[in-house]
Design a protein around this ligand. Sequence first.
Ligand code: 13P
Length: 343
Amino acid sequence: MTMQAQMDTARTLVASGKGLLAMDESNGTCNKRFAEEGIPQTEEARRAYRELIVTTPRLGESISGAILYDETIRQRTGHGIPFVKVLTDAGIIAGIKVDLGAKDLACHPGEKVTEGLDGLRPRLQEYFQIGARFAKWRAVISLGDGLPTPGGIRANAHALARYAALCQESELVPIVEPEILMDGDHSLERCRVVTEDILRAVFDELHSQQVVLEAMILKPNMVLSGLHCPRQGSLDEVADATLGCLLRNVPAAVAGIAFLSGGQSGELATARLNAMNVKRQAMGSRTPWPLTFSFARAVQQPALHIWHGQEAQRLAAQQALSHRVRCNRAALLGEYHATMETP
Ligand code: 13P
């Protein structure tokens, strides 16, 4: 893929009025979610669950790209069709999570840095051969007393930029995901300040690694109060804080922005995305990029709960997944309303 083709892929992923489906849980994370629901933690259960997702009827009407995991990108349906082909046939671009997880950052108690740069180049080339056309790397930042430190921010920003440059060299569109966790009692204002610090550091490093912004997607957190903060921001406050933060720190050249859900409920994540798109429309040309979703939990959770590892529940689970992606698609147009949640 030439750089022009990468730019076209990035635009298709974010600017087609659709969103991304993150189904890239590592085996450990997937097993943890299964354990919470009492589902056996086997490779076959993970395969069956992923088959349920990728074969959901009309998924391609709302989803432009699906982020897979190393195990998943090699898996097939019960009839032997590779998941990548099922997605491609549905008009969905296959992507791949390539980081190897967040590990303790040396000499920085309470902070993590994402690993996976060593040996990344041949892994990217292999994923491209299998059919991936974009990739994802997630950096994790916790807010706390004196955290994050400048060293923690810089280490994560640098790794994100090294990853993004390697992706573009291997003809994959990088999704750059610096995530501030919702855990804690921090205020919305503190989340805004730190999100701005991180975005500035990330774009500084992306610039120094010569990453082409038109061929990348930013996957940020929404600016939110901590889960245990007694004062939670209203839809308007969250939308204003998030948009303002992005406008001040994300270059207009970036192909688009696709939010993570971070543990918000499906309904809340959709309502907040909708509020942002309502404001974006009102601001017209002052917001240069599309604002879409790249949710995992906020899209999958109801479906996983309904499925419960039981084949008889597959259709009902697919309906729940369809419902969430349709609500999120409406939110991209600023047309979501809570009444859509009542059957
Ligand atoms: P959540 O939407 O569950 O936060 O997951 C998004 C994601 O891809 C995390 O890397």
